[in-house]
Structures are given as C-alpha cells and as structure tokens.
Design a protein around this ligand. Structure first.
Ligand code: CP
Ligand code: NVA
Length: 311
C-alpha cells in the first residue's frame, strides 16, 4: 500500500515527480478537474488546522472527489474506538485518509492497519505535505535548490524534521539554528538517516547556535513557531529559550538582499518573526500557503492514480 507518511520514504526522483505534478496541476487546473471523480477522501484531525485542512479538502473537491472532515471530538482515535477499528471501517468506505495526530505512532499504526492510502497531515515528528509545498515555493523563487543556503530557526520538531528529510534527499545547504534542548528528534534517527542520504545527494546539514552568524548570505530564511501545538504549557519557558532565535530586521539584513523568508504558518507574530519581516517584500508566506493546495492535490493524485497521474 502506498502512503504519504514522511519524505524519507521517497527517492529523489519520486519527490521531483511529485513536485513536477504539483507544478502541472497548478498551471492547468482544468486538466485535472475529474482526476479523482468517484473517490471519497476522509480527513481526521486531532489538532486545529487552517491550511492543511483547506488544502486537502478543497484540493479533493477540485479534483472531482468528495471530502468528509471529522472533528477530534467525533472520532477520538484510540478512545472511542481503536485505531484498527477506525482504519478497518474507513477502508470499506473511503479511498484515502488524511490524518493529523499528536503522536506519529498513531499514523504508523493507522497506515499498517489500513487498506487505503494514508496521508500524514502533521504529526509530532513530521509535516511532509508542508515541506513538499515549500520545496515547490523555493524552486519557483530560486531555481536549483542544490545551490542554495537555507537557514531554519524554530521548533525542532515536525517541519524541521521534514526539511531535513527533503534537503538531505534533494541536496542543498541547510543550517539549523535551534536552542539547546529543543532539537528533539534531531539528534537520533532523523540525523543519522539524513547523513546517509546526504552522502548520495551532496547535501550539507549543519547546526549553528548563532542565528546572526548562520543567516549570513542565506538565500532562504525559514522559521516556525517556538511553541508547537500541544506544547502550550511550555510557552513561557520556550519564549525565554528561543529569545535569540527571532527572524527580525537584523537577521534579514545579514541574509542575501533577495533572500526569501518562509513560515509554514500559523505565525506567532512578535515571537519567532517580527511584523516587519513577515510583511516585507522578502516574505513568501502566502506563496507557501497557496502551494499547499497544489502540493496536496499532487499527493492525492499520486497516491490514487499511480502511473496514471501523468496527463
Ligand atoms: N502550516 C500548516 O500546517 O497550517 P495549519 O496548521 O493551519 O494546517
Ligand atoms: N511546528 C508547528 C507546525 C504547525 C503547522 C506545530 O506543530 O504546531
């Protein structure tokens, strides 16, 4: 069964194919209008969502499919009923499930027990559909990502881990600027896997605890919140730990003058990014948000049409 759970399961060629498909879908919406006619897509989200929910829901509709969204209250994965019973039931009703969970293990278990494709719409470890759209955005703005210097500052979890996957597979120079103790998930498996991938792609993944140093000559400055969903009780502590990791005018000035500033959103303005930067001419945040839709459609077409995805 094909799933879309983490970018590490995809080869460079497969990621490039997905990006090309997203570009085609973006440039010719009507060509893909009936691609998923007769298909039904379920969306189950344990956490709030604006972009991901809209991108997959509206994306499915624009491809001719039906979409159904379940709130956390009605499904209660593992509480009202087991993951296996939900996966088994959806397998007889639906053609694909888009799933946002607290624990990545829930997605893995769901995928194991499902007879239909599962899409990871964000877990604590990974946010692959976000980063697929981000690669598209970087490619549109800057061309060959192998030649670029990308700096990431922000929480060291889902978006960060998926960026590590993407750059280690595709190439490029990714510097992570994250306070000590907040790169959870980074020091172990993700980095070891990235190292092996980077040897093939030529990617350079490094850490620099000084953001002002790291930002020098950057083509892309990427940030995410300091306090991810589910970590709200740590907000005060995190604000202190991350205070030197804000993307502000000084950091923007250190980067290349034509650098793009990226944020997956939602932003906590005044924390990880200032208004002056997120609203500046360098900001690509709404291009990223738009590309979420095209990337979501590409993922659905790729999973449900396989080799017939090409038009
Ligand atoms: N970037 C992103 O995933 O946004 P949402 O949480 O609003 O879906
Ligand atoms: N790291 C953030 C990403 C939101 C899209 C979170 O998990 O809340």
């Amino acid at each position: 069964m094909n799933h879309f759970i983490a970018l590490k399961y995809f080869s460079q060629g497969e990621i490039e194919k997905l990006i090309d498909l997203a570009i085609k879908i973006k440039s010719n919406r009507s060509l893909y209008r009936d691609s998923l006619k007769g298909k039904s897509i379920g969306l189950i989200f344990e956490k709030p969502s604006l972009r991901t929910k809209t991108a997959f829901y509206i994306g499915a509709v624009q491809l001719g499919a039906e979409a159904i969204y379940y709130t956390p209250q009605e499904i209660k994965i593992g509480e009202r009923e087991s993951v296996g019973d939900i996966a088994g039931t959806f397998s007889v009703y639906l053609d694909a499930v888009v799933l946002r969970t607290f624990s990545h293990d829930t997605i893995l278990e769901f995928a194991k027990l499902s007879k239909i494709p599962i899409v990871n719409a964000l877990s604590d470890f990974f946010h692959p559909s976000q980063v697929l759209a981000d690669i598209l955005t970087i490619k549109e703005a800057k061309g060959d990502i192998k030649k670029l210097k990308i700096v990431y500052a922000g929480d060291g979890n889902n978006v960060c881990n998926s960026l590590i996957h993407a750059f280690s597979i595709l190439g490029g120079n990714l510097t992570l600027s994250i306070p000590k103790g907040y790169g959870y998930g980074l020091k172990n498996k993700v980095l070891a896997e990235a190292k092996a991938q980077a040897e093939i792609s030529g990617a350079k993944i490094s850490f620099n605890p000084s953001l002002s140093e790291a930002a020098k000559g950057a083509d892309v400055l990427y940030t995410d919140v300091w306090t991810s969903m589910g970590k709200e009780s740590e907000r005060k502590k995190r604000k202190k730990a991350f205070k030197n990791f804000q993307i502000n005018d000084k950091i923007l000035k250190a980067a290349k003058s034509d650098c793009i500033v990226m944020h997956c959103l939602p932003a906590h303005r005044g924390e990880e990014i200032t208004d002056s930067v997120i609203d500046s001419k360098n900001s690509a945040v709404f291009k990223q948000a738009e590309n979420r839709l095209h990337a979501a459609k590409a993922i659905l077409v790729y999973l449900l049409k396989g080799n017939k995805a090409d038009k």
